[in-house]
Design a binder for this molecule. Structure first.
Ligand SMILES: O=P(O)(O)OC[C@H]1O[C@H](O[C@H]2O[C@H](CO)[C@@H](O)[C@H](O)[C@H]2O)[C@H](O)[C@@H](O)[C@@H]1O
Ligand SMILES: O=c1ccn([C@@H]2O[C@H](COP(=O)(O)OP(=O)(O)O)[C@@H](O)[C@H]2O)c(=O)[nH]1
Length: 493
């Protein structure tokens, strides 16, 4: 099989920069080994690329990485607009943060259609397409519309929310109808899958048969594949990282103090404000812990041109400075707060140096930082993971100390418990989590998805050729979508 993987964000094998997010970090090692072609955005835009998509292609393991310049006129409306100001807040159950214009939606559909046309050059008779994430909900439908009969799978890296919440996204019906043209739709957790099928049944009135939804365009199978990491490789990296100068400097600066670590993109879904408040409360309520423990919070800038992200950056900086100003001393700072990214070869050593890993998102598809923190620990003296029950990772990492990130007082108590946990209990909890990570590796995630895609597509083909997808349509009065033919290229006119 000749695999084409598609995502908005890609990662270069030779890249020396820190990873921006879990999708790229998780996919890089497996895509590299698979010989696949990985197609995504170059991060650059270009005028007039509609006819001839421009791709910079470089080797990636046995395969290749193709980075496309996306259309200048639509990039902002697609990425910052519809993808990250409408879909992202809705998918993370924050409908109050949805900001979207109908032009943004048009741009989103234009970029999906553009990507579909660009993918045709990579198509061979035995190609399977694997589309990643909410940036490309409609890409499968665009490919089918171009007559592509190949297997097309989709994996959603974020949560899928309740029907009421996804219903706040303009054009939700036509987007989800478009998703049903995928042979296979993968989710991080059973809850995400249930929410999606619940929407399909109650909002679209379609019948669900086990994991399958049948439409006049074929059957979409919906399954769960929890993304993961290569735990043993990460453990080795962590051991090696202990001699990295940056890690040595951190350890030396601790002067025997305990360390709590948080590593996140600066995103409102990550629960950073509540986390800092909980740490503050712990130190304020338990003065004996002052000078005994500090927090290292790495908050990598993300999507900074979007208002909600800019506001968060300001609010968080103010909160951290308030805590440090109030509790700090001439020779002690309670919170080390860094707005930059670190390579995993350094990050692994930082995790291993920390007695507690704080991963407290309000909502998170999976959260690979939680898994990396566990994998990085010294088996003889492991740290404790404090994990939000609203991260996808909480399903597997069930011996972490799980918290409700909305309960600041509860979190402050649990962090104190983690800091005081005896070695025997730390080891028991860590061993159980590490066994789960070893069992469900990123290699297994990759292989299981592709095997299920093959099965789903074979079952679809056994009932005949796949009809052209329902074409995209604009909203009609009353919020219902219509399924009407569309002239090639005439998106949303
Ligand atoms: O590409 P960006 O806009 O910079 O955002 C980074 C990525 O954020 C999201 O990551 C998700 O995928 C992880 C791996 O499955 C998962 O652990 C995490 O819970 C998710 O938030 C987003 O879904 C990606 O598309 C972005 O690339
Ligand atoms: O400075 C940083 C911060 C994060 N990461 C990586 O970015 C990913 C974050 O993934 P996660 O699933 O936790 O969250 P996301 O950012 O994708 O929502 C992890 O693999 C981290 O190792 C990194 O390499 N350097």
């Amino acid at each position: 099989m000749n695999l084409v993987v598609v995502s908005n964000r890609v990662a270069r094998a030779s890249g020396n920069e820190p990873m921006t997010g879990g999708l790229a970090a998780a996919l890089l090692p497996v895509v590299e080994k698979s010989g696949a072609i990985w197609v995504g955005s170059s991060g650059r835009v270009r005028d007039g690329v509609h006819r001839e998509p421009f791709a910079e292609i470089e080797p990636l393991g046995a395969g290749a990485l193709a980075m496309l310049d996306l259309p200048a006129a639509h990039y902002g409306g697609y990425y910052e607009g519809f993808a990250n100001s409408a879909l992202w807040p809705a998918l993370h159950s924050r409908p109050d943060l949805i900001r979207v214009s109908h032009d943004d939606y048009r741009s989103y559909r234009e970029v999906n259609a553009f990507m579909a046309r660009a993918l045709l050059r990579f198509r061979k008779p035995d190609t399977a397409f694997w589309i990643q994430d909410y940036h490309f909900l409609a890409l499968g439908a665009e490919l089918r519309q171009l007559g592509v009969q190949h297997p097309i799978g989709f994996f959603l890296h974020t949560p899928w929310p309740s029907r009421a919440t996804i219903g706040c996204v303009p054009h939700h019906r036509e987007l989800i109808e478009a998703m049903l043209t995928y042979d296979l739709i993968g989710f991080q957790t059973e809850e995400d899958r249930r929410n999606f099928l619940g929407y399909v049944e109650s909002e679209l009135g379609l019948k669900i048969d086990g994991s399958e939804v049948s439409t006049t365009h074929g059957t979409a199978r919906c399954e769960v594949f929890a993304i993961s990491i290569d735990a043993d490789a990460f453990a080795q990296q962590a051991q090696k990282a202990m001699t990295h100068p940056e890690v040595s400097r951190l350890r030396k600066s601790l002067n025997g103090e305990k360390l709590v670590i948080g590593v996140d993109r600066l995103d409102y879904s990550k629960g950073l404000i509540n986390r800092v408040k909980a740490f503050d409360k712990m130190l304020t309520d338990r003065p004996a812990l002052q000078r005994v423990v500090s927090l290292l919070q790495i908050a990598t800038p993300s999507r900074g041109t979007i208002e909600a992200y800019g506001n968060l950056q300001g609010d968080l900086a103010k909160l951290v400075s308030d805590v440090n100003g109030r509790l700090g001393e001439v020779d002690w700072t309670p919170i080390r707060y860094l707005n930059k990214g670190y390579r995993q070869s350094v990050l692994a050593g930082l995790y291993r140096s920390a007695h507690v890993g704080l991963v407290t998102p309000l909502q998170d598809g999976m959260n690979l930082v939680a898994k990396e923190y566990v994998a990085a620990q010294n088996p003889l003296d492991p740290g404790v993971l404090v994990l939000s029950k609203f991260a996808g990772a909480a399903n597997e990492l069930d011996t972490a100390l799980q918290v409700n990130p909305h309960d600041i007082e509860g979190m402050s108590r649990v962090i104190a418990t983690a800091l005081a946990m005896p070695l025997t209990e730390r080891r028991l909890r860590w061993e159980a989590m590490m066994a789960k990570l070893r069992d469900n590796s990123i290699r297994r995630w990759f292989a299981d998805f592709l095997a299920a895609l093959d099965q789903a597509h074979t079952a679809n083909r056994s009932v005949g050729p796949i009809p052209l997808a329902p074409p995209p349509s604009i909203m009609m009065a009353g919020g219902r979508s219509r399924l009407a033919p569309r002239a090639a290229g005439a998106v949303l006119q």
